[in-house]
Design a protein around this ligand. Structure first.
Ligand SMILES: [Fe+2]
Length: 385
């Protein structure tokens, strides 16, 4: 049996932001608390959202002090601001960090459980305040997932937290919000969504529904990732990336991610590498490691991405996939951990803890080839330089 979940309402397309008041009214919501960040407060996008709400007679609370890779302290600060007003829902407006912060705030506004008790494999299914997600990046897919990632700054751990409480009720997916996204962020978030699609498709928890969404995501993302990096104003490519990121989010929310994400989170937690970038550092090597256990599945990915001929054998298709992922990293200037500037001593000293945290997150257990701890450490060694 498969249980499938996704937001109750998704409004998708250029200009969808204007429909936010209507979507709120449809859900009987009228007193939103907006969680965003300083970047969006500074570039005019947050003002646009607030103006759209005000024009509809809604005066939202607004919090902009989120941090990338949301910490417990940042979530508590947002929660304190929410409690100063009277709010019936939380709008997450931004990239993965504001949306993940909004999710944590929405649940914690209603359930005062210790943070450590929210960590996977616990199911945080009890509803908190309704969540409205409005992404401004084509990447995390967080607008459609039942996950949030909380960084415990005391232990330097990125905690994967799962459950229906974190699933948005409403997602407004408007690619026009991504037109001003800088190139580096465009590349990193784009690779993140490609990773979601591939990992959902090869996951041991994949199902026919998540497969359809994952393949659709690969078809949308693969031909457009280089295009949006070369020309940020390419509207059809931006639209395809946004829809692809959404489909990838729906796919992995219903199939889970696997070894790349399991190994990626500790790199973010210890060395503050942006999430998409740490995925990209790992993706070619982890794909080469995992492919022998699911050759046909990885070959399907190559075909969906348009880089292997339908008549080509699985082995040849997988070789093209590994080659393409390496080429993509080179073209999008993805550094190795060494080139990123991480200290070699720190990388190797942290390695055993990183491997343990990766396994503890549960994601590597979804991988087609389930790694031993020593194999995870070897992969960290392999990608170092
Ligand atoms: Fe991700």
């Amino acid at each position: 049996m498969t249980t499938l979940t996704m937001p109750r309402t998704l409004r998708v397309g250029g200009g969808a932001l204007a429909e936010l008041p209507d979507a709120l009214a449809q859900a009987g919501l009228a007193r939103p608390f907006v969680v965003s960040d300083r970047f969006l407060a500074g570039n005019g996008l947050l003002d646009r959202l607030v103006e759209i709400l005000r024009a509809a007679g809604i005066a939202p609370g607004v919090f902009v002090d989120t941090v990338s890779d949301p910490t417990i302290a940042a979530i508590e600060a947002a929660l304190a601001a929410l409690r100063e007003g009277d709010h019936d829902c939380v709008i997450g407006f931004g990239g993965g960090s504001p949306i993940d912060t909004a999710k944590a705030v929405a649940v914690r506004a209603v359930h005062d459980v210790p943070y450590a008790a929210m960590k996977a494999p616990v199911a945080n299914d009890a509803p908190g305040l309704p969540i409205v997600a409005v992404p401004t990046t084509a990447g995390t897919g967080s607008e459609a997932t039942r996950f949030t990632i909380i960084t415990n700054e005391e232990t330097d751990e990125k905690m994967l937290c799962a459950g229906l409480g974190f699933l948005p009720s409403i997602a407004i997916v408007d690619y026009e919000l991504t037109l001003a996204k800088p190139r580096r962020l465009t590349a990193d978030t784009g690779i993140d969504s490609l990773t979601h699609a591939i990992e959902a498709y090869v996951s041991r928890r994949a199902n026919p529904f998540s497969d359809a969404m994952a393949l659709s995501a690969m078809r949308l993302i693969a031909p457009n990732l280089r295009r949006v990096c070369a020309d940020p104003g390419d509207r059809p490519a931006r639209a395809a990336m946004m829809e692809g990121a959404l489909h990838a989010g729906i796919a992995f929310s219903n199939a889970s991610v696997a070894l790349v994400h399991g190994m990626s989170r500790p790199i973010g937690a210890f060395f503050h590498v942006p999430h998409g970038l740490s995925n990209a550092m790992l993706l070619p090597a982890v794909t080469a490691f995992s492919a022998p256990a699911a050759l046909g599945r990885y070959a399907d990915c190559a075909r969906a991405m348009g880089i292997a001929d339908e008549r080509e054998g699985n082995q040849a298709a997988v070789a093209r996939l590994v080659g393409e992922l390496g080429a993509l990293n080179a073209e999008l200037e993805v550094p190795t951990p060494a080139a990123y500037g991480i200290s070699e001593t720190d990388w190797f000293a942290r390695m055993p803890t990183m491997a343990q945290q990766a396994v503890a997150s549960g994601s590597p257990a979804n991988n087609p080839r389930i790694p031993e701890i020593a194999e995870i450490e070897q992969l960290y060694r392999d990608v170092w330089r």
